[in-house]
Ligand binder design. Structure first.
Ligand SMILES: [Zn+2]
Length: 313
């Protein structure tokens, strides 16, 4: 199978993982981007685990571990998560792994955001793509890092707050929780601001409460905003989805700009940054640094595994 670029960082001139990505993803080991198992093998394992035949339970994410033989499906303690093409009726689902992969790479390479390590891999036999990510909450010895998502921090759940609990919230309120729980708030809130801005830019309509976390940094003995994960352009699959999963502001606040235009623009993010307590000069710099990246984005998209029409979209 010829892929003509590193399936993690998308650098050209490789037909496998480049040395840098081999190091960051697989402790330097040479691992094939083609999995040792096929989609039917994968589905069979999922069914065995479920104990009964059910299509709905088949294609969700699954843990993988790096064993002597390479990447293998495991029930527990895997250092990797595999997300195959999901089943369903949404648009362009075959491209969802490539969408998530290039969006994550864009966040990391173009915008300098701290993200989980990820790659695109391929099932044996039909070469169907799947998104692979390395868990940052599991240490190589299998022990877990302390980590909490913002649904846990806000103490909301389906039982206590109903079906929509992950979405009935605002980014401003997440920042307030960050302030309450993190001693290095001034530094971490800027990462959070840039991530929300990135989600808006790339139309990630699924950046809900559980898709933001804090984790414990062993070295610094403190909690930090966890690396970004689950970033993708949801509009490729749900054309009418809103560009942000949560409200930007608390208590229904709207800027004059938003009232006039009906979409978020400079004023909204400027106000958002101010409410988070970020110095205005820095907010201006972050917004300016996010706009005008079209050329770098297009270059990365051109090397991605999305087809031409989806790159344009
Ligand atoms: Zn690479």
């Amino acid at each position: 199978m010829n892929i003509f670029r590193c399936p993690s960082c998308l650098k050209k001139g490789f037909n496998e993982f480049c040395p840098d990505c081999r190091k960051s993803l697989f402790n330097g080991r040479k691992i094939s981007p083609v999995l040792s198992f096929s989609r039917p093998d994968y589905n069979r394992r999922k069914l065995e685990k479920a104990g009964r035949i059910s299509i709905s339970g088949v294609q969700s994410k699954h843990s993988l571990a790096l064993t002597g033989a390479g990447l293998e499906l495991v029930e527990k303690g895997g250092e990797y998560i595999l997300k195959p093409i999901p089943p369903g009726e949404f648009e362009n689902l075959d491209a969802m792994p490539a969408n998530e992969h290039v969006t994550m790479q864009m966040a990391r390479q173009v915008f300098g955001l701290n993200t989980a390590q990820c790659a695109l891999v391929f099932f044996s036999r039909d070469s169907a793509p799947a998104y692979l990510t390395k868990r940052f909450d599991v240490f190589p010895d299998g022990t877990r890092r302390l980590q909490e998502d913002f649904a846990q921090i806000a103490q909301v759940s389906e039982e206590s707050h109903g079906k929509n609990y992950k979405y009935d919230f605002s980014y401003e309120k997440i920042a307030a929780l960050l302030k309450k729980h993190i001693s290095s708030y001034a530094v971490e809130v800027e990462k959070f601001f840039r991530l929300v801005l990135f989600n808006y830019l790339t139309h990630n309509g699924d950046a809900h409460l559980k898709n933001f976390s804090v984790y414990r940094d062993q070295g610094m003995n403190t909690y930090l905003l966890a690396p970004a994960y689950d970033l993708l352009n949801t509009r490729l699959h749900l054309p009418f989805e809103t560009p942000l999963a949560l409200d930007l502001f608390e208590s229904g606040y709207e800027t004059e700009s938003y009232k006039a235009n009906g979409y978020f623009a400079y004023d909204d993010f400027f106000e958002f940054g101010a409410r988070l307590g970020i110095p205005p000069k820095r907010v201006e710099r972050f917004i300016a640094g996010t706009a005008g990246r079209g050329k770098e984005i297009n270059e990365l998209l051109a090397r991605s595994f999305l087809d031409d029409s989806l790159q344009t979209k």
